[in-house]
Design a protein around this ligand. Sequence first.
Ligand code: RAM
Length: 903
Amino acid sequence: MTQSVLEVSSPARDNTMTTINSLRCEFADSPACVDTFAPRLSWEIASEQRGWAQGAYRIWVASHPRLLKEGKADRWDSGRVESRRTARIAYAGKTLRSGERCFWKVQVWDQSGESETVSETGVWSMGILYSSDWKASWISASTPRDVVVDGRTLPPCAYLRRKFTVDQPIKSATIFATARGLYEMHLNGARLGDSRLSPGWTDYDKRIQYQSYDVTALLRQGGNALGAVLGDGWYSGYLGFDVQRDHYGDRPQLLAQLVIEYADGARELIVTDGNWRAATGPIDYSDFLMGEQYDARKELIGWDRPEFSDASWRSARVQSDSVTAPGHPALVGDSGPPIRVTQELRPIAITQPAPGAYLFDLGQNMVGWARLAVTAPAGTRIQMRFAEMLNPDGTLYTTNLRAAKSTDVYICRGDGVETYEPRFTFHGFRYVEVTGYPGEPSLDTITGCFVGSDAPDAGTFECSDPMVNQLQSNIVWGQRGNFLSIPTDCPQRDERLGWMGDAQIFVRTATYNRDVQTFFNKWIQDVEDAQAADGGYPDVAPRRVDDRNGAPAWGDAGVIVPWTIYHTYGDTDLISKHWASMTRWMDYLTIANPSGLWENERHNDFGDWLSIDADTPKDVLATAYYAYDAALMARMARAIGRREDAATYDALFTHIKNAFHSAYVTPDGKVKGETQTCYVLALRFGLLPENLRPLAAKHLTDDIAAKNGHLSTGFVGVGYLCPVLTETGYNDIAYQLLLNDTFPSWGYSIRQGATTIWERWDGWTKEKGFQDPGMNSFNHYSLGSVGQWLYQTVAGIDTEGAGFERIVIAPRPGPGLTYARATYHGTHGPIASAWDASANGLTMDVSIPANATATVFVPTSDPRTVTEGGRPAADAPGVRFLRHENGRAVYAVGSGTYTFAAR
Ligand code: RAM
């Protein structure tokens, strides 16, 4: 019976054209090192039929795709489960083993129970499940000499290799590898994988990610060679301010294990141990902040091939700490997204501001490095320096990089066309200055290699105003480059840390632009790892460089980010996993602040960082965030069925709200400090009694008017400014702020040519030029947190409850825009909302994925004028009129595409 079901059911047979897409395991496409015993499986359904909903599913998991074809599920057959769920179904089959590959399909039925569809085959691979399955030892190169450049200690990169022989037919071969530091793995002359800067940043004293590589096709009978190059990276290189290096250790180390399964079932392991050989090669040094120097004359030709003679190499040094010993940091499978070069940029211009100094403009502030192409005599030294901005005389402006030298040097081999790109550094830049280049370079000399954590695209936003489209582009570029293993503040200066305040204010915007579920799942663990024994979350996670407990709106990321990721993707396991940690943070605040005002444990107390001529009292801001934490904790407690905790946090919220009210709020709705941020936080976090909300909103808009229609918010207030204005009936003022191009505004930076979000509203002004170079990045995403409002309000895509199961389409057209459109790929698939007010009335195009439902709000004073697909909306198939409220007709719809029109 099973056999026939899988064989006869195909998408083609289904006359409603229903297909199953996007099979995912642990929220990733074909993940390579899953290390949980019950991986969660998800899929999406696309159907042409309006209102399609799943009635039942059946999951099949097998050890070989052939078995699935034969209708056999030797690992797990879930049986038919009557359920609408399509996401996070936990595997419940035979116990999974380290390294095993699982192939799977899902079969679904619609609600009639008759029409059925079968997916294509998905796959995932298991990582190493038990630390005792690790047989490798940490190895390093014996102490090489250090180079000192400009007073900085910079060690050369180590090369490691190991020759081995294969003399039987192979069934499969997988390498598991990681480093304390950074590594690149090679096998038989090929670099493995396309990810960069592996293994990524975690608190290496607690947790280290490993990656895996399927090398079945690369092994050959006879001699083989494994190789690795090591760099310092976050582990031992310069990082953060104050010229500090060796944050976790002073030499990079490698841990690698090749698992070969032979055709006869035997297994063999080749692991890092004393049999490896070590040397230094062409990379004189490679450091995040300082850059890389590569001397091509020292290349070790063929070093990663079996034929190479490593007689002059030394034995690798085996570290004394054993992977299986208690207290060893946890080794965890990299759950993605991988750090990759995701785009190449061609320069748009070359200038020569000084003799012999060629300046390439890539047209975009970006993160990564430059690839150089050159033909020059051996020993020619070519230097590349990087900057985001130019001085008035057209030379590089590097002062804002502070102690980051950001200089790459290439020394030529001299044997024809040479191309070079660095391995273990990255820069934040738009301009590249090349010196030492022989002759005239061309646009082909330099290519910008854009690097970042490669989270899948999730959304698009576009509207009738080109400046707003540039703003959206600036937000996305800032996100793509600064989400590099962790959410960093900036990519260029000597900082590049996981600032919590920046992350919490931007996270909701981030979810719209990219699928950041696995990215933040990983970072939330970094945040928990960074929690102090007293319960304090830090300012930066991983907690290095700046060791203090977190300031208000910074430490709170430990609650806000998990909440946001849960709310976006619907994963309650995430809450359960971090619940104990979050309650420790709440206890820490509550014990220190019994009055309900957050008066103690404010540490760096940044306040509304980089606000403009507005001084939000720090206690007001702190207390507002404390209340917000309590409210989110109550909601999360409810989501995971902890009713008593929910009641406790509800009560805590009320306590803080009352304290806030009596300490800071006047009877006429003024909030102490009276800045825009004061009002925005009080309104957004629900800290005012109903009757004072309109008054407070009025004070907010009065302040905007007094500033001649301008904002004054810093990092903390900015994210909620436009949302609060729309919520309180001032959508037109929110639009005004969005469309401003006079100082201070988003538009002002764009008028000055910004291609990313600036750290400061006044990073550069016509009157004063550059702001204090002590802190002036031109690629900082925090002030880009308005992106959330573009998607949720201008285009109107949101979720009611967690996980975009019940979608809200509620665009709020406003003055200055004639159309806006957005797409967002939610848990169930693609959602679209577009409105156009350029002709008579308003049209709205809406698209809802199968298995989801939506509430659609159509702006109109008269619901009788609303049509869908040309007929009265109330009569349209699959559309149900609910009510008319606040100038909007409200409809319930199921999946499908809809065109509403209203007058
Ligand atoms: C700056 C960082 C970051 C901010 C902190 C308070 O140095 O760049 O953006 O969160 O300060």
